[in-house]
Design a protein around this ligand. Structure first.
Ligand code: ATP
Ligand code: MG
Length: 225
C-alpha cells in the first residue's frame, strides 16, 4: 500500500523562480488498485508520479510505501525501492533510441541488486507479455509510437514491480493503439494483481479505472471511485 500525507513539492526552492508544484497532497492507494490521475496541463501530475516512483524528492510531508518511509532512506535503499517496487513508463518513453527493444528492456535488470538468472530470457518474456517479442532485435528508432510504448511498458514490468506508474501512456497514440495499450495495463492489473497508476488526459481511459484522482494547481480536488 502507498500513503501520501501532506506532500509538498517546491521546484527551485529559495530562488527567484521558486514554484510550488504540489501543495499538500494526501491520498492512499491500496495494492491491486487501478487508478487514473487527471488534471490540466501543469497541474502537477508528472510531479506526483515522479515522487511516487522515487525518482524525485519532496520538501515536506510523508510518503510511505509498504511500511517504508521513503524520505529517510539512504540513496542506496532509495535506488533499491525504485528498482524493485516501481515500474515507471515515462511521458516521453525515455528509451535509448539506438538500442534494440531487447537491450532497452534489459537495462533495469543490469541495475538490479538481486541475482537474476538468464536476464535475456526474462527480457524476452516481458516483450512477449506486451505482444512484441518478434521486435526484440529491432533498434527503437525503427519502431512506431505504439511499439515504443510497448517497449517502455516491457522495461517497466521486467523486474516484476508491485506498482506500475505510467505518464500519459496513450497520449501520443491513435485511439485504437491507445485502447490496446489500456487493455495491456488492465491485464497487468486484473490478471497479475499489480497496482497500476495512469496519468491521462483522456476521459475514456480514466473511466476504465477503479478510481479517478483529479489534481488542480498542485492539489487533489477530486478522489472518487
Ligand atoms: N524541473 C522543474 N522546474 C521548475 N518547475 C517545474 C519543473 N517541472 C515542472 N515544473 C512546474 O511544475 C508544474 C507542474 O508540472 P508537471 O510536469 O507536474 O505538470 P503536469 O500536470 O504533468 O502537466 P502535463 O499535463 O503538461 O504533463 C508546472 O507549472 C511546471 O511548469
Ligand atoms: Mg506531465
Amino acid at each position: 500500500m502507498i500513503k501520501l500525507t501532506n506532500i509538498q513539492k517546491v521546484y527551485n526552492p529559495r530562488k527567484a523562480n521558486e514554484f510550488e508544484a504540489l501543495k499538500g497532497v494526501s491520498c492512499e492507494i491500496e495494492d491491486g488498485e487501478l487508478v487514473a490521475i487527471i488534471g490540466k496541463s501543469g497541474a502537477g501530475k508528472s510531479t506526483l508520479l515522479h515522487i511516487l516512483a522515487c525518482i524525485d524528492s519532496y520538501q515536506s510531508g510523508e510518503y510511505v510505501i509498504d511500511d517504508i518511509t521513503v524520505k529517510k532512506l539512504s540513496e542506496k535503499k532509495y535506488a533499491r525501492i525504485r528498482n524493485e517496487k516501481v515500474g515507471m513508463v515515462m511521458q516521453d518513453f525515455a528509451l535509448v533510441e539506438d538500442f534494440t527493444a531487447l537491450e532497452n528492456v534489459m537495462i533495469p535488470l543490469s541495475f538490479s541488486k538481486k541475482k537474476i538468472k538468464n536476464k535475456k530470457q526474462k527480457a524476452l518474456d516481458a516483450l512477449k507479455q506486451v505482444g512484441i517479442e518478434e521486435l526484440a532485435k529491432k533498434p527503437c528508432n525503427k519502431l512506431s509510437g505504439g511499439q515504443k510504448q510497448r517497449v517502455a511498458i516491457a522495461r517497466a514490468i521486467v523486474n516484476e514491480p508491485s506498482m506500475i506508474l505510467a505518464d500519459e501512456p496513450t497520449g501520443a497514440l491513435d485511439s485504437k493503439t491507445g485502447e490496446e495499450i489500456m487493455e495491456l495495463f488492465k491485464k497487468l492489473n486484473r490478471e497479475e494483481g499489480r497496482t497500476v497508476i495512469i496519468v491521462t488526459h483522456d476521459p475514456k481511459i480514466a473511466e476504465q479505472c477503479d478510481r479517478i484522482i483529479e489534481i488542480s494547481d498542485g492539489e487533489i480536488v477530486k478522489n472518487a471511485g
